[in-house]
Design a protein around this ligand. Structure first.
Ligand code: FMN
Length: 256
C-alpha cells in the first residue's frame, strides 16, 4: 500500500510509477482516511515532496492520525526535492516512532523546482529540468527493485550545507511566517476556468463570481500558480515573470 501527497505532480509521477512496478494500491493522502487495514506481510510506503527541508506537515499529521490494524512488514518512503532533503528522514522517523513504527528504507529524488514564493526562488532552466527528469526516470527501476527486495537499513538522502539549521530552525519559521495565501490573487488574464479550484490538493480555493478565492488553509504547494492555463494566478509580485512548471508529464493536477 502506498500513500502519497503531491502539489505539482512530481511526487505523483514517482508514486504512480512505483505503485505500478510494485503492483501496490495507491492512495492520495489528503483524501484518505487514516484507519488502514493491512494484509498479512504487507509493506507500507509513502511518497511526498520535501517542504522546507522536511516532510510536509500534512504527511506528518497523517502519520500521527494513522490507525493500523497490524504492523507493516516493511516501511519505506521516497521524497522528491528541488535540491536537498536534509533531515527529512529524521523528522519522518520521529513521527513514525511516536506511532510505534520504524523506517526500513528511504530514497530521495531530485526533481524540478516548484517553489517560487520567496524572493530569490526560481524555476530550473529547461535543460536542468530535462536532466532531473531523465535522472529520475533512470533511477526509478533501481529504487523499485530495492523496495521489492525489502532492503533494510537503506537510507538515501540528499543533504546540503547546514542541514540542522534548515530542518529544525528555518522550517518552523517557514511554516509560522511564510505560509499564507493572503498574497495569492489573479490578474485580468483569469478566464474563470476553475482549474485552480479543481487542482488545489487541500481544497483551499473556491470560485466566487468566476474568480478564485483562497480560503486560508493554504500549504504553499504552488499548484494553483503552476497550473493556471493563462498564468493569471500570482503570489504578490514575487511570482511575476517567473514562468510555470506543469509537472513531469505536462499536466499534474490532483486526481479528479
Ligand atoms: C512549499 C515548498 C517548499 C519546498 N521546500 C524545498 C526544500 O526545502 N528543499 C528542496 O530541495 N526543495 C523544496 N521544494 C521543492 C519541491 O520539494 C520539489 O519541487 C518537489 O519535487 C515538488 O513535488 P510535487 O510536484 O509533488 O509537489 C519546495 C517546494 C514547495 C512548494
Amino acid at each position: 500500500m502506498i500513500f502519497y501527497y503531491s502539489g505539482c505532480g512530481n511526487s505523483r509521477y514517482v508514486a504512480e510509477r512505483l505503485a505500478d512496478s510494485l503492483q501496490e494500491p495507491l492512495h492520495f493522502i489528503p483524501e484518505t482516511e487514516p484507519a488502514l487495514a493491512l494484509g498479512e506481510g504487507e509493506a507500507l510506503g509513502f511518497v511526498f515532496p520535501v517542504y522546507a527541508w522536511a516532510p510536509p506537515h500534512l504527511v506528518l499529521d497523517f502519520i500521527r492520525r494513522m490507525q493500523l490494524d497490524r504492523r507493516p512488514s516493511y516501511l519505506w518512503f521516497a521524497c522528491t526535492c528541488g535540491d536537498e532533503g536534509d533531515y527529512t528522514r529524521q523528522v519522518f522517523t520521529r513521527a513514525l516512532r511516536k506511532a510505534g513504527l520504524s523506517l526500513d528504507a528511504c530514497f530521495c529524488l531530485k526533481m524540478p523546482e516548484t517553489y517560487l514564493g520567496l524572493p530569490g526562488f526560481a524555476l530550473d532552466t529547461a535543460e536542468n529540468e530535462r536532466q532531473k527528469l531523465e535522472g529520475v526516470r533512470a533511477d526509478l527501476p533501481r529504487i523499485s527493485e530495492l523496495i521489492a527486495k525489502r532492503t533494510r537499513q537503506h537510507f538515501e538522502m540528499l543533504r546540503g550545507s547546514f542541514p540542522l539549521t534548515k530542518t529544525y530552525l528555518l522550517q518552523p519559521l517557514f511554516y509560522r511566517f511564510v505560509i499564507s495565501d493572503r498574497k495569492f490573487h489573479v490578474t485580468e488574464a483569469c478566464i474563470g476556468c476553475g482549474r485552480c479550484e479543481k487542482g488545489c490538493p487541500v481544497h483551499n480555493i473556491q470560485l466566487s463570481d468566476g474568480k478564485p478565492v483562497w480560503q486560508g488553509k493554504c500549504i504553499h504547494c504552488m499548484a494553483c500558480y503552476h497550473h493556471c492555463p493563462t498564468n493569471a494566478v500570482q503570489y504578490g509580485k514575487i511570482t511575476q515573470g517567473k514562468g510555470q512548471y506543469r509537472g513531469p508529464e505536462g499536466s499534474a493536477l490532483r486526481p479528479q
